[in-house]
Structures are given as structure tokens and as C-alpha cells.
Design a protein around this ligand. Sequence first.
Ligand code: NAD
Ligand code: ZN
Length: 349
Amino acid sequence: MKQLQVKTSSSEYPIYIGEDCLSVLAPFLQQATQTIVVTDQTVYDLHYQKLSHVLPENTITYIITPGESSKSFDCYHQIQTFLIESQVDRQACLLAFGGGVVGDLAGFVAATYMRGIDFIQIPTTLLAHDSAIGGKVAINHELGKNLIGAFYPPKAVVYDLRFLRTLSEKEWRCGLAEMVKHGFIANPSLLRQLLQIQSLDALLDETFAQLLIQSLMVKMEIVQMDEFEQGCRAYLNFGHTFGHAIELDEKELSHGEAVAIGILFSLYLSEHIFGIDLAIGQYLTYLKRLHFPLPFNVDHAKRYLGYMMHDKKNQRKQVRFVLLNQLAKPELVSFSIAGLETLLKQFLS
Ligand code: NAD
Ligand code: ZN
């Protein structure tokens, strides 16, 4: 097991990562009056038993429907009601046991229940190596993703890699997209190794675990430099401006699959704006080799633009993108709607 320590100006918490590391939860749970587990049905069925060994007797569990649609006001309200009816007090500890959806939703519940109770992230997806670190928690509004949220760091992140063995290929692709993103914005060596992956079969070995730790450290270091997204943390949105638009338009795409396409467009814009070569062809070959879906459609350009105009990063009616002026050198670039439309249509055709 490896232990890392996140240290920001306002918080400090450990990340435990490795096979079979759930016993580190015990001291945290002993201090709490009660333990609440929020998880989704799939994670509950596959992995709850492993977690149950370390849970105190008076643990209560709330199970949500898997998927992005649970990051809703409705679901948020139902969990709050469950906590109130169960008379959960302020010294309780909430465990967010699942992927990014559970982490974001349960984290936002923890941030706001009685003005905040402790919570621990127990990520179970590859993508959640990213979402569990950094303290951003949120639910969605029908006008946009993650629009209602908070910065609320967990007390700890406990990442037991045994959970990853049951992920579908779609979920592997999804997590790889965020790892590749970390490679592009901060770690070319990580990027090179990721782009060499030939297949998703039996990917979880010691070499891959090391790549995962490197990727996690990119996220951790950026959060440490800029916890509240006033500067370089915005670079983590690389690939997300167009990614979110695609995600809203193509409901069957997962977050990471959409981000993978968003990265492609960001590379295209970067090459166009900075006149550099970022080897888009190599990235596209990798996406095709690992069977990433690429369903973007030139006829939807206006719709994509509409979604991008609601992006949180935008300023003064311009759409802001994270681009690369070279590998591992991100920068924010603003586009007028008209200018972006032209480039988007060229990219899509
Ligand atoms: P998810 O939580 O929906 O998990 C994806 C699917 O995998 C679900 O169906 C889930 O039931 C299943 N699953 C989870 N663990 C499993 C396991 N071990 N084995 C088999 N199946 C398993 O989604 P995700 O991809 O983990 O996360 C996406 C979410 O994360 C999005 O809502 C996104 O906005 C959010 N996110 C947040 C941040 C942040 O900083 N807070 C960063 C990136 C992404
Ligand atoms: Zn993301």
C-alpha cells in the first residue's frame, strides 16, 4: 500500500492506495458516532461485502440507482431525508463508496448536511482516482453539469485497487481518458506509456498501478497549488469544454468517453492556434485501438455550441478552452462564438 498526503492551504488528508487497504478506515470510523455508507446498486452487489468487514455495527447504508441521473436534486433530497429520519448527528462519518457519481453526490450531501459532516472517499472506478481527490463535490442542474456544488475535502481517500477488477471495458476507457488528460497537461512520460496500451485485457498489473499513482499525483499536485480553482486548477478542464457538450448531447456516452473526444478537439484547436504538432494522429489511433466511441456529428454543431456557451469557465460571452502551447504546457484561450463555430465545423467534417 502507498500513502500520499494532500496538503492545501485549508485542508490536509491522506490517500491510501493499493490492494486490500480497507483496514485503514478503522481509526476514522471509531471516532464517529455513526457510519453512513452511500453507494450505488452495482457497487453494493459486487463489493459491499469486502467493505462490510470494517464497518461498525450501527452503520446505515443508502443505495442509489447507478448513473449520472442520480446526481440530481431529487436524489440529494432523498439522502438528506434519510439522514434526518435516521437522526444522524454532526459527529457522524459518511463513506462515499463508488465511482465519481457517488463521490460527487454523497460528498455534496456531506458538505451540506447540518453544515457539514466528515466524509471519506472510497473510489471504486478508475475515473474516480481523479474525482475523489480535490474536494470538488456537486450535483447537476438540468441546464448544466455540476452547477450546484461546493469545495469540501474528504477526511481521507481509500483506494482499494481490487475493486477495479470488475469494471467494464467502458469504465476502463472512461478512467483512461482522465489519465491521458493528466499526461497531456503535466506528465509526457505518463502520456507516452498510456498511448502504448494495446488492449484493455488484464490491464491491472503492477506497471499499471504505477501509472495510476503518477496520474493521481498530477491531480494532487495541481490541487495543492490551487485548491479553489483561481489559477492552474482550471487546466484540469483540458478536454472538458467540448467533452461536456458531447456528454449532454450523446446520452449513451460516459463522462470519460466524452472527455476523450473533448481532448481530441482541444488538440485540434491547440495545433491550429499555436502552430505546433501534438501528434493527433497517434492519439486518434490509440482511441480507435481501444474502441473509444467517436459519435460526433457535424449536424449537431449548433447544439454543441449552445452547451459550450453555458460552461462555467466562460467569461464575457467568450468560450474558454484549456489548450496546450506545447506538451505539458497548458494555457487558457478564449474564443468568440463565431470563431469557435467555424473551427468546430472544420473539426467535425
Ligand atoms: P459512475 O460513478 O457512474 O460509475 C460508472 C459505472 O460503473 C456505474 O454504473 C457504477 O455502478 C459502475 N461501477 C462503479 N464501480 C464499479 C466496479 N468496481 N465494478 C463494476 N462497476 C462499477 O461514474 P464515474 O465514471 O466513476 O464518474 C463520473 C462522474 O464523476 C461524473 O459525474 C463526473 O462529473 C464526476 N467527476 C467529478 C470530478 C470531481 O473533481 N469531483 C472529476 C471528474 C469526474
Ligand atoms: Zn472529468
